[in-house]
Design a protein around this ligand. Structure first.
Ligand code: FES
Length: 549
C-alpha cells in the first residue's frame, strides 16, 4: 500500500497526528487512501454543485477497506471567459488542474483517485492528472444542466447578442434571453465540449456506464457518485490503473463516437494530450483515418435540435454504444473501470432503435461527418474543421486578416462583410495567443449578423463546442511558429475542401518563400503564467500541453 508512507505505525506517527486532526481514526490508517479531486467552485453553474457530488463519492468510498479524502483543484469557466482576455487562461487551466491533481496525489501518497469534473477544461484536466498519477482511478462527470425557458442555453445568449447588434431583436428581448437561459447547475446543455468529453471518458472506459448522460441535479448523479466511490475498492484490489484501461484502441473508440454524435473539436486536442501523457503514439492522421468516412447520427445541439437532457429522457447512451459494437463500428472488448469490457457492461441493454435524437447508420442525420481533419500548405501539421454541411462542403474565398479575436469581432459588428470572405484570426495559437482561445464570440457574431453560410473563418485558435458555421481551427504550425497562416495578406485566395480534406493558400512556393523572409512575427506581450505557456506549450497537433522536458 503506497499510502503506508504516511500512515505506518510507529514510524509515521507525526503524519498520523496531522491526519487525526482532519478526522482520521485508528482504523483509517490501515485502509487504502483514496483522493477525491473536486472541481467545486462558485464561479460557474458547471461546477457549483460538485461539492455535493464529492460528499456522495466520499460516502461511497468510506468502508472497512478505503478512506476517502476530498481536495480541490482550481477551475475556470469558458462560458464566462469566452470573448475576453480571460480565455487565454482556459486551455492553460487544463494543465494546472492536471498538475494540481498530480501534485496532491503524489504528495499525499494516495493509493487511488476519483476526480469529478463538470466544465470544458476541468474534465480533460482531471483525466490527464489521473494519467500522470498512474494509480487506480475513476472519472465522474458532474452532469448536464437543463435547458432554460423557451429551450435556450448559453449559446443562445451568445448568438442573441449578434442578433441584437444586427437589430433583429431589441434590448428587452436580449435581456429576457439572458435572464432565462441558464437556470440551475450543470454543464452547458448541448453536445458541446463538456458533454463531449464526458462521453469520451465513458468510451475510454474510465467512468461508469451511462454516467456521461445524466442531469447534474438528479438522484441518478448522486447514485453514480456513490457507486463510483464503492467501485474504487475493486480497482485497488486488482491494481487496475488508468494505464491498463486507456490505450490507442479506446482513444479511437471514443473519437469515433464523438464524430458520430457531432461532438466538439476540442476532444481531439484533449485526446492527443492524453495520448501524449500516456506515451501512446497517436497523430491527427490516425484520427482522420478513423473519422473520415463516418456519418453524423445525432441531432444534438449545436448543429441539431436537441439538448443532452432530451437524450437523457430517451434512456441515455447505452443503446447507442451497444448498437455501435453490434455493427462493429467500435471495439467492445476493451477493459473498463467496472472490471468488465465495454460489451459486457452493455449485455443487458436491449436495442430498440426508434430514437428521434440518435439515428442508425442506414438513416443518418447527415451522410458525412462534421469533424474534418484537413492538411495542405496552409496547415502542414493539420487542422480541424467542424462543418454541419448546411453551409456546403467546399469554400473558396478571399482572406480578410486579423491578428486577434478582438480585432475581428469589432469588424464583424461594425462593418459589412462581403459574401465569400474567409476571415483569418491568427496569433491566437497556444504560443501566439498565448493560450489558444476559443472563437465562440466571432462565430456567434457571424451567425448574429446573418453570415453563417456565406463567410468562413480560419484560425490557429480553437472553437467552443458551441461554435458552428464554416469554421476551421487548430491551424498548425501556428502563426507565432512561422506557420503559413502568418504569411496571408488580405484578398489572398484560399480554398477549404472538406470532401478531399485539404486547405490551401493560392500562392506558389516562391512567393511563400519571399513573404517568409519579410514577415514580422506579431509578439503579444503578456505577463505571469501566460509567459510560461508561451514558452513551453507544444503544438496543437500534439495536444498543446505544457512540456516540462
Ligand atoms: Fe462550463 Fe460550458 S462553460 S460546461
Amino acid at each position: 500500500m503506497k499510502s503506508k508512507l504516511i500512515t505506518k505505525w510507529p514510524i509515521k506517527a507525526a503524519n498520523r497526528a496531522m491526519l487525526r486532526a482532519v478526522g482520521y481514526n485508528d482504523y483509517d490508517f490501515n485502509k487504502f487512501q483514496v483522493g477525491i479531486a473536486s472541481t467545486w467552485s462558485n464561479i460557474t453553474p458547471c461546477n457549483n454543485h460538485i461539492n455535493v457530488l464529492a460528499k456522495a463519492v466520499e460516502y461511497g468510498v468510506n468502508s472497512k477497506f478505503c478512506k476517502g479524502t476530498i481536495f480541490n483543484t482550481i477551475t475556470v469557466s469558458d462560458g464566462i471567459s469566452n470573448g475576453n482576455f480571460g480565455m487565454k487562461y482556459s486551455l492553460l487551466s487544463r494543465d494546472i488542474i492536471s498538475n494540481s491533481i498530480e501534485v496532491v496525489g503524489k504528495a499525499q501518497n494516495f493509493d487511488g483517485i476519483i476526480s469529478i469534473g463538470g466544465c470544458d477544461k476541468n474534465i480533460p484536466g482531471c483525466i490527464i492528472g489521473m494519467c500522470n498519477l498512474e494509480i487506480p482511478s475513476i472519472f465522474i462527470y458532474g452532469g448536464t444542466i437543463l435547458p432554460g425557458k423557451n429551450r435556450t442555453d448559453i449559446v443562445s445568449v451568445f448568438e442573441s447578442l449578434g442578433k441584437f447588434y444586427n437589430k433583429t431583436i431589441n434590448e428587452k428581448e436580449l435581456l429576457n434571453i439572458e435572464k432565462n437561459s441558464i437556470i440551475g447547475s450543470g454543464s452547458c446543455s448541448g453536445m458541446y465540449t463538456a458533454n463531449s468529453m464526458a462521453i469520451v471518458a465513458e468510451c475510454l472506459g474510465i467512468s461508469l456506464p451511462n454516467s456521461s448522460i445524466q442531469n447534474a441535479q438528479s438522484i441518478n448523479k448522486i447514485v453514480n457518485c456513490i457507486n463510483s466511490g464503492k467501485l474504487i475498492k475493486i480497482l485497488l484490489e486488482n491494481n487496475i490503473t488508468i494505464k491498463k484501461i486507456i490505450n490507442k484502441e479506446s482513444i479511437l473508440n471514443s473519437i469515433k463516437v464523438i464524430s458520430l454524435l457531432g461532438g466538439s473539436t476540442n476532444c481531439l486536442i484533449h485526446l492527443l494530450a492524453i495520448a501524449n501523457c500516456l506515451k501512446i503514439n497517436l497523430s491527427l492522421k490516425d484520427l482522420q483515418f478513423e473519422t473520415n468516412n463516418l456519418p453524423t447520427l445525432s441531432d444534438l445541439k449545436p448543429s441539431g435540435k436537441f439538448f443532452i437532457s432530451d437524450l437523457i429522457n430517451t434512456g441515455g447512451i447505452q443503446k447507442f454504444l451497444k448498437y455501435l459494437i453490434d455493427i462493429n463500428l467500435i471495439n467492445g472488448n476493451l477493459l473498463t473501470v467496472t472490471g468488465n469490457s465495454l460489451k459486457e457492461n452493455l449485455k443487458f441493454i436491449k436495442i430498440n432503435y426508434k430514437n428521434k435524437i440518435l439515428k442508425d447508420i442506414n438513416n443518418p442525420v447527415k451522410k458525412t461527418n462534421q469533424i474534418k481533419i484537413l492538411f495542405g500548405n496552409l496547415s502542414i501539421n493539420g487542422c480541424i474543421s467542424k462543418i454541419s454541411g448546411k453551409e456546403g462542403e467546399i469554400f473558396f474565398g478571399k482572406a480578410l486578416v486579423f491578428n486577434s479575436e478582438e480585432e475581428s469581432v469589432n469588424y464583424i459588428y461594425k462593418k459589412k462583410i462581403q459574401n465569400n470572405t474567409i476571415i483569418i484570426i491568427r496569433y491566437e495559437g497556444p504560443k501566439g495567443g498565448p493560450g489558444m482561445r476559443e472563437m465562440l464570440t466571432p462565430t456567434s457574431a457571424l451567425i448574429g449578423v446573418g453570415k453563417k453560410n456565406s463567410v468562413a473563418l480560419i484560425t490557429d485558435g480553437r472553437f467552443s463546442g458551441g461554435s458552428h458555421g464554416f469554421v476551421v481551427g487548430h491551424i498548425s504550425p501556428e502563426a507565432y511558429d512561422f506557420g503559413t497562416i502568418c504569411l496571408i495578406n488580405n484578398n489572398d485566395l484560399i480554398i477549404i475542401d472538406t470532401i478531399n480534406n485539404f486547405i490551401s493558400l493560392f500562392l506558389n512556393k516562391r512567393s511563400l518563400k519571399s513573404r517568409f523572409y519579410k514577415v514580422k512575427i506579431f509578439n503579444k506581450i503578456v505577463s505571469g503564467i501566460l509567459n510560461l505557456y508561451k514558452k513551453y506549450s507544444i503544438c496543437s497537433s500534439k495536444g498543446a500541453l505544457l512540456n516540462y522536458e
